[in-house]
Design a binder for this molecule. Structure first.
Ligand code: IPM
Ligand code: MG
Length: 350
């Protein structure tokens, strides 16, 4: 029997609530499957810890995480800590420290869920987000604070290595999908350096994948295509910031941010990968027991796939879809179910 060591970081807001639900479901799945088991270790890294002790990740913390097979992450963000401090205190040090350069965001309208589009059933996408550099590289500065000559810059850094590897990852993933289609999304009309390099490297990499059909779109035009012609899209690859924005649009079009999952992958497996729901900490519903755990379950399914348990991953998604189809919905989907009701229903379906 295989044993997987998983680091569970609930973080802030509804993060701990959904991770607890995810752990329950994963344990139930392991029991039902019989071929593997989980050992979860919980890390209290959060904004509360930061306010109490001055750090999110304690000294040596990243080193400690390295020993795990995967990281199961809730959310970070608190009303008591500026967002850029919490983000750069917890999530980005893990993403960048573990070179999780491929951020993968699948989007579908699950059975029983009503998205805002009449043709929502056509949505079956994977957004691939470059996750290690670009607009989130952290390079820049701020000078002359408070003076009329104050100046600030955020520099988007694009490297050949970083761009080539995300394009290769995108082509590999597109190859495994029935439609084998990839859309390159940039803004190379206005941004004439980094974005033009993105395009050029894409064309080079494309030569190695003749089986993949591809096209390209400017990011602004991509938003309209997602809304008006969803069936023409399969996999898309875009920069850190562009894909951040497109993936929120994708999540909304799928019916709720409460459904959307993410994998932060280090494809070479030199470091553990991190799996998290997209929704964030959601202060407005924290502690009410109504957070939608579906995003976390879908995220858990992606984690299983990464661990090599494809059969169990598919089984979990089937159980989740049976539950969404049956109408057991939390308030974000227009229902009255609690987190616990959805969790129980998914365990029963398993
Ligand atoms: C996401 C989130 C984060 C991001 C926030 C919380 C900084 O929006 O995962 O998409 O922009 O990366
Ligand atoms: Mg986002």
């Amino acid at each position: 029997m295989k044993n997987y060591n998983i680091a569970a970081i609930g973080g802030d807001g509804i993060g701990p609530e959904v991770i607890e639900a995810g752990v329950e479901v994963l344990d139930a799945l392991a029991k039902a499957d019989g071929g593997f088991a989980f050992r979860f270790e919980s890390f209290p890294w959060s904004s509360q810890l930061y306010l109490d002790q001055g750090h999110y990740i304690p000294p040596g913390g990243l080193e400690q995480l390295k020993a795990f097979d995967a990281i199961f992450f809730g959310a970070v963000g608190s009303q008591k800590v500026p967002d850029h401090v919490s983000l750069w205190g917890l999530r980005l040090p893990i993403c960048q420290g573990f070179d999780q350069y491929a951020n993968v965001r699948p989007t579908r309208v699950l059975p029983g869920v009503k998205g805002p589009l009449a043709n929502g059933k056509d949505i079956d996408w994977v957004v691939i987000r470059e996750n290690s550099e670009g607009e989130y590289s952290g390079v820049g500065g701020r000078v002359h604070r408070g003076l009329p000559i104050e100046a600030a810059s955020d520099v988007a850094i694009f490297t050949r290595t970083g761009v080539e590897r995300i394009h290769r990852f995108a082509f590999e993933l597109a190859m495994k999908r029935p439609r084998k289609h990839l859309t390159l999304v940039t803004k190379s009309n206005a941004q004439r350096h980094g974005m033009v390099m993105w395009d050029e490297i894409f064309f080079e990499v494309a030569k190695d994948y003749p089986a993949v059909k591809w096209d390209r779109e400017l990011v602004d035009a991509m938003t309209t295509r997602m809304v008006l012609k969803p069936a023409t899209i399969d996999v898309m690859v875009a920069t850190n910031l562009h894909a951040d924005i497109l993936s929120d649009l994708a999540a909304a079009l799928s019916g709720s941010l409460g459904i959307a999952p993410t994998a932060n992958l280090n494809p070479e497996r030199r470091f553990p990968s991190m799996f998290e729901p997209i929704h964030g900490s959601a202060f407005d519903i924290t502690g009410k027991g109504v957070a939608n755990p579906v995003a976390t379950f879908w995220t858990a399914s992606m984690m299983l796939e990464h661990l090599g348990e494809a059969k169990a991953a598919a089984r979990l998604m089937k159980a989740v879809e049976r539950v969404t189809a049956s109408g057991v919905h939390t308030p974000d989907l227009g229902g009255t179910a609690k987190t616990k009701d959805v969790t129980r229903a998914v365990i029963a379906a398993l």
